[in-house]
Design a protein around this ligand. Structure first.
Ligand code: CU
Length: 171
């Protein structure tokens, strides 16, 4: 009997999953059994987490980049950014830092001041969320509440990585 319920839950999840994907840029993670039972619950949707799979590509300072370069989520939603650093070169150390658009030039020097002990993440009112640094081949993640409606930016605060930028839209 229990098996039947779980199976029914899976069908529901799959149906919902299609719609939810429109909100995320990519969503390749296969639904876990635990999640399906959660969704089968009456509270489905209340504590939904939008998973954003973000990759950092490139092996040099000239071609390193975030992929995708734009993320769009509903304002106030719970977002989990999973940053997958697929690079192999040693200098390709990256993080994801969500900031107020236009504040990056102020944040970069502060990040260098903060240094490796603080993961190159300074104290700054324009920073909303940040992952730890991901070494080449490493995956890191951060869960946060999407800021109020507006256009934000995500950057990498590793020294010299100012060319890595993306647009984060809360709507
Ligand atoms: Cu970087």
């Amino acid at each position: 009997m229990k098996k039947l319920l779980v199976l029914a839950g899976f069908v529901v999840f799959t149906a919902c999953g299609g719609g939810a994907n429109e909100e995320t840029t990519t969503n390749e993670s296969a639904p876990e059994v635990e999640e399906t039972t959660e969704v089968a619950d009456d509270n489905a949707g209340d504590d939904e987490v939008i998973v954003i799979n973000l990759t950092t590509t490139g092996e040099t300072m000239t071609d390193m980049a975030f992929e995708p370069k734009q993320i769009k989520v509903p304002a106030g939603s719970t977002v989990r950014v999973v940053l997958d650093n697929v690079a192999e070169a040693h200098a390709m150390v990256h993080n994801f830092v969500l900031i107020d658009r236009g504040s990056s030039e102020e944040i970069y020097p502060l990040a260098i001041e903060a240094g490796p002990d603080k993961n190159y993440i300074p104290e700054h009112s324009g920073i909303y969320a940040a992952t730890p640094m991901a070494n080449p081949g490493e995956k890191v993640e951060i869960e946060f509440t999407a800021p109020s409606a507006g256009i934000y930016q995500y950057i990498c605060t590793y020294p010299g990585h100012a060319s890595m930028k993306g647009i984060f839209v809360s709507e």
